[in-house]
Design a protein around this ligand. Structure first.
Ligand code: BYC
Length: 320
C-alpha cells in the first residue's frame, strides 16, 4: 500500500522536476503548500508596492511644471494601478482573496517596497523615481519574467514593457534638469543623492541575511539573488550618472578589474530595517491614506458586486 507521505514525496519530486526542466507551474497544478505561501507573500507584497507606490508620485500630479508633464505623470501613476490589478489577480489564483490581501497590508502583516516610505520633496524626485526606482524595479522584474509560476511570469512581461517607458520618462526629466539652469542642476543632484541609496535597498538584504532566498531560488520563484541584481543595477547606473554630468553619491565607488564590477559602499542596514518595520518617514501616512481611499471606495465595490449579482441572475434565468 502507498502511504500519504510516500505520495506526497513523489508529488514533491515531480513538482521539482517540472521546475528543473523550466516548465511553468499553473494555478490548478499540485504545489507544496510552502511554495504557495511563499508566492502569496511575494506576489501580494509586489502588488501592494505598485499601489502604495502611486502615492509619492500622485503628490506631484497637481504641481507638474507643464500640461504635458502632468499628462505623462498621470498616465504613469495609472499604469502603476494597473500593475497592482494584474498582480492582485495573479495572486488570487493561489487561493487568497483580494480582501484578505488588503487587510494584511492595512494591518501591517504584509510589507510593501521600502522606497515608498521616503517623501517626494521636489519635481526632481519625479525624475529620480522614474529613472532609479522604476529602473531598479525593471532590473528585478526582467528576471522575474522567468519565475516558475505562470500567472506571475506572464504579468511581469507586460509590466516590464510599461516600466521601461516609466524609466525613460524619469531619465528625460533628469536630463532636462541636469542640463538646465544651475538651480535645476542642483535640484537633480539633490534628488539623486536622496533616492540613490533607498533604490539600492529595493533589492532586499544581503543574500546572507535573506530569509527566503534559498527556497525561492530552488523553486525558481527568484531567478537571481538580491546581491547579484543590486550589483547589476549599480554597474548600469554609473554611465547614466556620468551622462547627466552629476556627481556619483557613492564617493567610495571603484571599478574592480578582477571582479568586473564596481565595488561600492555598504548600505545603511539599520535604516533599511527601520523602514521595513514601519518606522520610515512616511509609513504611517501611506497606510492611513490607503485606508481612507479604501473606505471611500466602498460604495464602488458594493455597486459592482450588486451589478454582477444581477447579471448572473439574468444569465441563470435566460438559461433556465
Ligand atoms: N522593501 O528574504 P528576503 C514599482 C522584506 S513597485 C520592503 O530577501 P524576498 C513601482 C521581505 O519581504 C515594484 N521589504 O525577501 C511602483 C522579507 O519580509 P517578509 C516592487 C523588503 O521576498 C510605483 C524580508 O525583508 N518590486 O516598481 O526573498 C511607482 C527578508 O527579505 C524589501 C517588487 O516587489 C524591501 N526593499 O526578497 C514606481 C519585486 N526587501 O515577507 C515603481 C518583487 C526585503 O518575510 N519582490 N524585504 O515579512 C521581490 O523580488 C522580493 O520580494 C524582494 C525581497 C527582492 C523585494
Amino acid at each position: 500500500m502507498i502511504t500519504n507521505t510516500a505520495q506526497e514525496t513523489e508529488l514533491e519530486l515531480l513538482f521539482q522536476a517540472k521546475i528543473d526542466t523550466e516548465q511553468k507551474i499553473e494555478p490548478k497544478d499540485w504545489m507544496p503548500d510552502a511554495y504557495r505561501q511563499n508566492l502569496i507573500r511575494q506576489m501580494s507584497q509586489h502588488a501592494h508596492s505598485e499601489v502604495i507606490g502611486m502615492q509619492p508620485e500622485g503628490n506631484w500630479i497637481t504641481r507638474a511644471p507643464s500640461l504635458r508633464r502632468k499628462a505623462v505623470l498621470l498616465s504613469k501613476v495609472q499604469d502603476e494601478a494597473g500593475h497592482g490589478l494584474y498582480l492582485y489577480s495573479a495572486t488570487e489564483t493561489l487561493g487568497i482573496s483580494r480582501a484578505e490581501m488588503i487587510t494584511a497590508l492595512q494591518t501591517g502583516t504584509a510589507k510593501y517596497a521600502s522606497i515608498f516610505n521616503y517623501p517626494t520633496q521636489t519635481w526632481g524626485d519625479m525624475g529620480a523615481i522614474g529613472w532609479l526606482v522604476d529602473g531598479a524595479a525593471i532590473c528585478n522584474q526582467v528576471s522575474l519574467q522567468r519565475t516558475s509560476y505562470g500567472p506571475y511570469a506572464r504579468s511581469m512581461i507586460r509590466i516590464c514593457k510599461e516600466e521601461s517607458f516609466h524609466q525613460r520618462q524619469g531619465y528625460q526629466i533628469m536630463i532636462e534638469l541636469a542640463h538646465g539652469t544651475p538651480a535645476q542642476k542642483e535640484m537633480a543632484q539633490d534628488s539623486l543623492n536622496r533616492f540613490y541609496w533607498p533604490s539600492l535597498m529595493m533589492f532586499g538584504p544581503h543574500d546572507s541575511e535573506s530569509a527566503h532566498l534559498a527556497r525561492s531560488m530552488k523553486w525558481k520563484i527568484k531567478r537571481e539573488t538580491n546581491d547579484d541584481l543590486r550589483q547589476k543595477f549599480i554597474n548600469q547606473t554609473v554611465s547614466q550618472i556620468n551622462y547627466l554630468g552629476l556627481d556619483h553619491p557613492d564617493k567610495a565607488l571603484q571599478w574592480n578589474e578582477e571582479r568586473g564590477h564596481y565595488d561600492s559602499s555598504e548600505l545603511n542596514w539599520d535604516e533599511f530595517y527601520s523602514v521595513i518595520n514601519g518606522n520610515g518617514h512616511c509609513n504611517r501616512q501611506r497606510i492611513q491614506h490607503h485606508v481612507k481611499a479604501h473606505e471611500e471606495g466602498a460604495w464602488v465595490r458594493e455597486a459592482t458586486a450588486a451589478y454582477n449579482l444581477k447579471k448572473q441572475l439574468k444569465l441563470a434565468r435566460d438559461a433556465a
